[in-house]
Design a protein around this ligand. Sequence first.
Ligand code: ZN
Length: 367
Amino acid sequence: MYPASVTFPEGGLPAWAEVGVEPEGLRIVLKDGRENRLPFAEMVAEIGGMDANVILCRSRTEGFAVQCSAPGFADELRAHGGESLREAFAAMDRKVGSHRRARLAGGVVAALLVLGAVLLFWFTPQILAASATGLPMAVDETLGDAAMDDLEPTLGPRITDPVVQGYLDQVIARLRPHASEPDVDFRIRAVDSEEVNAFALPGGQMVVMGGLLEAAEGPEEVAGVLAHEMAHVTERHGLKGAAHGAGRWLALSLLIGDDSAWVALAGQAADVASGSAYSREQEAAADAEGARLMAAAGLDPTALARFFERLKQEPGSELTGMASWISSHPEHDERIAHVRELAATLPTAPHRPLNVDWAAVRAAAAQ
Ligand SMILES: [Zn+2]
C-alpha cells in the first residue's frame, strides 16, 4: 500500500488514505477505515509533477480522485493497469521524455556557454595576440614609443657620429622598400655599449649597440641582424609577445577595442624586444623574412648566418661573453643551416654592396 490523498466530487479537504494496486483496480483505504475501489475500466490516469512522479487516478463514474507520488506506485500501476492505462503511460512517457530532453539540452547548452565564456576569458591574452595582426600599425607605434620611454634610461648614450648614423640609415633605406608592411616608420640609433646586441620595438624603433658594430666583420653582417629585427617588427612579434604577457582583464579590455590601453603593456614590449623573448617559431620566421629582405635589397642573404658562425667559432673569447644578441638567439647550428638553405632558394637581386667605410664605423663605435 502507498500513502495517497483522495479528493471527493462534493469538494472539501483531501483525505489521507492508503492505496494498493490489485489485478482489477485500485483499493483505497481511508484513515477512518472506509474502503473504496476504483476499477481500471472506470479509471483515467494522469501524470504530473516536475519529474512525472505524481499520479492522479480519477474515477470516470463517481468523480473522486486519488493522488499518489509514492515511489513504486507508478511502476506497479503500469504493470497491472491493463491496455488503456499502458497507452496513457506511453503517451505520458513521450511527453515527459521530450520535456526531459529539452531540459537536458537546455542544461547542456547553458553549461557549454558557461564553459565557453570561461575558456574565452582564460585565453583572452592568446586571442588578443592572435587578433593583433588585425590592428592598425599605429597601435604598434604607440606601444613601441611607450616601451622606448621605459628603456631609454637604461640604454647607453647615443652614438651621434655621422659615419655610424649614416651607415645605419643607409641600411634601413635599402631594406625598407622590400618590407612586407609598407607603413612602418623604421628609426634606428646606435648606443654606446659593449654589448653585442640589437633590437627593434613594435612600430619600428631600432637600437643597435656599439659592441655589435665592433663584432661584425663587415657592413652586411650588421645589415643581416637588422633585417632580422625589422622582420620582428613587420611580423608584429613584439605586439603579440606583449599581448601574451597581458593579464586577462587587460587583454579583455584591449579586445573590446580600447587601443590606448596598450601603453599599459609598454614594459612587456620592452622586455620582449630587448631580451629577445620571442618564440622559436618567431625567430625562425624572422630569420626567413630577414633573409628575403636582404636578397631583395641586393645584399647577401647569408650574412646573418656568417655572423652567427663567426661568433660561434670563438668560444670563451671576450666577444662571446658579451654576445647577448647571440645568446638570446640560440639554436645556432639549426638557424645557420636554415638561413643558408633559404638563401639558396631566394630570388636574389644583383649584389649591390653598401657604400660605407667600415673601419671608420667600427672606430667610431669603439670610442
Ligand atoms: Zn630575433
